[in-house]
Write a protein that binds this ligand. Structure first.
Ligand code: ZN
Ligand code: ZN
Length: 219
């Protein structure tokens, strides 16, 4: 029985939650959203004693992907995700990084674009891909039912939701993604977000002010 383990590595001035996630039974790992600060990520990999076999991206924003190309060059692994609707962001990482004064960011060309219904694997763990546009058009979440775990990028946060004022953002679409893709998941599913503390689907369903508002609006 595989077991997922994860450590969070806050990276970039945005304190983005890069995750090192691994399968305990095989010690095979994936780095999710390596936005930058590669020495910190590499230290976490060494400390966990795991072999990284993939890089997964939840969406194309610079704080999530700025270090992906360099990490790929160092580890010689494939980059999977996000959905191809975020290509315009991945093609402009360098420019955006300059704007936000994030050093050493590079544009990213994924080896595999993801779409709804895809399944991706690390070690003996398999995750379902949920396409959740709204924060960005190509945002995806990763869900593993057996491990009671969802990794949602900037779609949903503890007590909040992703911003929608960046290029390609759309708040109505984001609320629909949360309602149709995330809220149907069971209450006990742990949620790792791109920023801030972890939460659960149940806690957000019960207390997230943005979701209460949505439930009222749809009545
Ligand atoms: Zn974002
Ligand atoms: Zn972010």
């Amino acid at each position: 029985m595989p077991t997922a383990k994860a450590v969070i590595i806050p990276v970039t001035p945005f304190q983005q939650n890069c995750s090192l996630l691994w399968c305990e039974s095989t010690k095979r790992a994936v780095v999710i959203d390596p936005g930058g600060d590669l020495p910190d990520i590499e230290r976490a990999i060494a400390k966990a004693g795991v072999v990284v076999e993939k890089i997964w991206l939840t969406h194309g924003h610079v704080d999530h992907v700025g270090g992906a190309a360099e990490l790929q060059a160092r580890l010689k692994v494939a980059i999977e995700g996000p959905h191809k609707d975020d290509r315009f962001l991945l093609d402009n990482v360098v420019e955006t990084a300059r704007m936000f004064e994030i050093p050493d960011a590079a544009n990213v060309t994924p080896d595999r674009w993801l779409q709804a219904g895809d399944r991706i694997a690390v070690g003996a763990l398999t995750f379902d891909v949920l396409h959740c546009p709204g924060h960005s058009p190509g945002s995806v979440a990763f869900f593993n039912r057996d491990e009671r775990l969802a990794i949602v990028g900037d779609v949903l946060f503890a007590g909040s939701i992703g911003r929608t004022d960046l290029p390609g953002g759309n708040q109505r679409q984001l609320l629909e993604s949360i309602r149709d893709k995330l809220l149907p998941l069971p209450d006990d599913i742990a949620v790792l977000s791109g920023h801030g503390p972890p939460t659960t689907i149940g806690r957000e369903r019960a207390t997230n002010p943005f979701l209460q508002q949505m439930a009222t609006a749809s009545r």
